[in-house]
Design a protein around this ligand. Structure first.
Ligand SMILES: [Zn+2]
Length: 238
């Protein structure tokens, strides 16, 4: 007496599996969007980091230090020209020599920073180009995805109508039990098949009395091991 309901459940399960395929397509379409959004977010964060690094290089500050020392050097050279004694002259020459070394060091340091700074600016520029360009790409992809997703959703909805109709065609006790079991096994199937004397869900051997009762559609049985609703193979050809 349950064979017809079992057949409906078999069809319902097949429709659900088909719906999962369409759902996966929807998910992968949506992932296209979230991947680009993620990359855009990372670009913005990198731009901010690079700007901070750039600020910490203090390129202008180093240049100012060099200029200050050069002013001092000019002044010392003037004083050297006016020095009256050998002792004074030696003292100025000594200071000038130290100052020149300092300027040289600062200049090397400055060019190093300038190189780094140029690399930062280039990187910022390319990240900004990506960020701005991907804005319109993202809009195009969103429109494309929305169209594909709504197509897939329509297919799912149509199958759902058929699933609901099939459920209503099942005997009340079968429908009730199926709906009760569904959330317990979600996202897996709440039904298993009697295949080769075993439950297809957990592969446990079922006793012969249960098997013949199932095959003749005389009873509703839950697998004693995994609690799935067991459907006999005979229902497929019924
Ligand atoms: Zn089982």
């Amino acid at each position: 007496m349950f064979l017809e309901s079992f057949r409906h459940l078999i069809e319902i399960e097949a429709l659900k599996r088909d719906n999962q395929v369409n759902q996966q397509r929807i998910n992968s379409e949506n992932k296209r969007i979230s991947d680009i959004e993620e990359r855009r977010k990372k670009s913005l964060a990198s731009i901010e980091e690079l700007k901070i690094e750039e600020k910490n290089l203090k390129v202008t500050e180093t240049l100012n230090q060099i200029e200050d020392k050069q002013i001092r050097l000019t002044k010392l050279e003037g004083q050297l020209a006016l020095s009256a004694t050998q002792k004074e002259q030696n003292a100025f020459e000594n200071q000038i020599s130290i100052l020149k070394d300092e300027i040289k060091d600062l200049e090397n340091h400055y060019f190093e920073k300038l190189d780094q700074s140029e690399r930062h600016l280039l990187e910022i520029d390319s990240l900004q180009t990506f960020y701005q360009g991907s804005d319109s790409t993202l809009k195009d992809i969103k429109a494309e995805v929305a169209a594909l997703v709504s197509k897939e959703e329509l297919i799912i909805q149509n199958r759902q109508v058929r699933i609901d109709a099939l459920l209503d065609m099942c005997q009340i006790s079968v429908k009730k039990l199926y709906l009760e079991l569904q959330p317990k096994f979600y996202p897996k199937s709440p039904i298993s098949y009697l295949l080769d004397k075993k439950c297809s869900g957990c592969h446990m051997l079922l006793d012969s009395q249960m098997r013949s009762s199932l095959e003749e559609g005389r009873s509703l049985e839950l697998c004693p091991t995994c609690s799935r609703l067991i459907i006999p193979e005979t229902a497929k050809i019924y």
